[in-house]
Design a protein around this ligand. Sequence first.
Ligand SMILES: *Cc1c(COP(=O)(O)O)cnc(C)c1O
Length: 339
Amino acid sequence: MDIKQMIAGYPRLPLTPLPTPLEFAPNLTDYLGGPQIYIKRDDLTALAFGGNKTRKLEFLMPQAVEQGADTLITLGGVQSNWVRQTVAVARKLGMEAVAVLEGEMPQDCQGNLLLDHIMGAKLIYDPNVTQALEDQEIQGVFPVTGKIAADYRAMGRRPFLLPLGGATPLGNLGYINAVDELNDQMQTLGIRADYLIAATGTGGTQAGIECGLRLSGAGTKMLGISVSHHTRPKEEEIAELCNATMQMLGCVGEHFESQEISVNYDYIGQGYGAVTQQALEAVRIAAETEGLVLCHTYAGKAFAGMIDLIRKGILTRSDTVVFLHTGGGVANFAHSELF
Ligand SMILES: *Cc1c(COP(=O)(O)O)cnc(C)c1O
């Protein structure tokens, strides 16, 4: 099916030059002695130091604009890349930005938080955001940000709520589009990826990729490396998101079962943001072989997973692997003690 045609009917706000580069990583490939490794550089999108959320926002923001929103409200961790990119797009469109940050106000204002601050976001710290509340935010119920939106409405403002990570069927179009872009790039290079590897947080990026791979009939297998523990198996949530997206697109015949979705939980460590030796090693290897800057929370854990799967012989010399660099390098500035 032609993806370009399929998503052409959805308004898209251009926020970044596309395509992002697809680069061969020769030193890394040599160093690991395994598959041919290519890097899809989604760290190079254009919203205040980039990252994977920009592609989702391209499809989410037209709705906010259409509704005449004057304030964007969302939530995330203190070092949230999602919050940083959301604040940036709000400012670009002349809107206020409000973010609920899970936890206490840290002593050092660094990394993503510093950027939120510079862009003049209103930041509300809430140490009582549980996993259950977070799950509801992802589902668009908004128990945390909903109260703030009500206050803004009472003040005569027009708030627009964005769910955690932008993981909605509309947001997923961003990564369906990315798969189409990647397929074109691989065709130009004369390669075909056996595996696409990326960090999985809310699962929206993986859901978009799974839909894109299915719709394009590409033989590539997506391996999501989870960066956090979840109350529900992530495969179920991702399959549901995929099905909702297919329904939105009118592809009623396409159905995803959770067994078709591959999420690996072996590289999380103690939990979201927890430091693992494997992730630190991965950050160093990427930096020293290719000058790529990953963070220990997202891309570093996914990269650690890729390295381990190569060392275990699960990814072999005859494979071609595309690693999706989802960004997040600015978080390192908040963690100089790790290096
Ligand atoms: C949000 C994020 C992810 C995970 O994306 P999801 O769509 O939430 O699964 C991965 N890497 C980075 C750097 C991110 O900011």
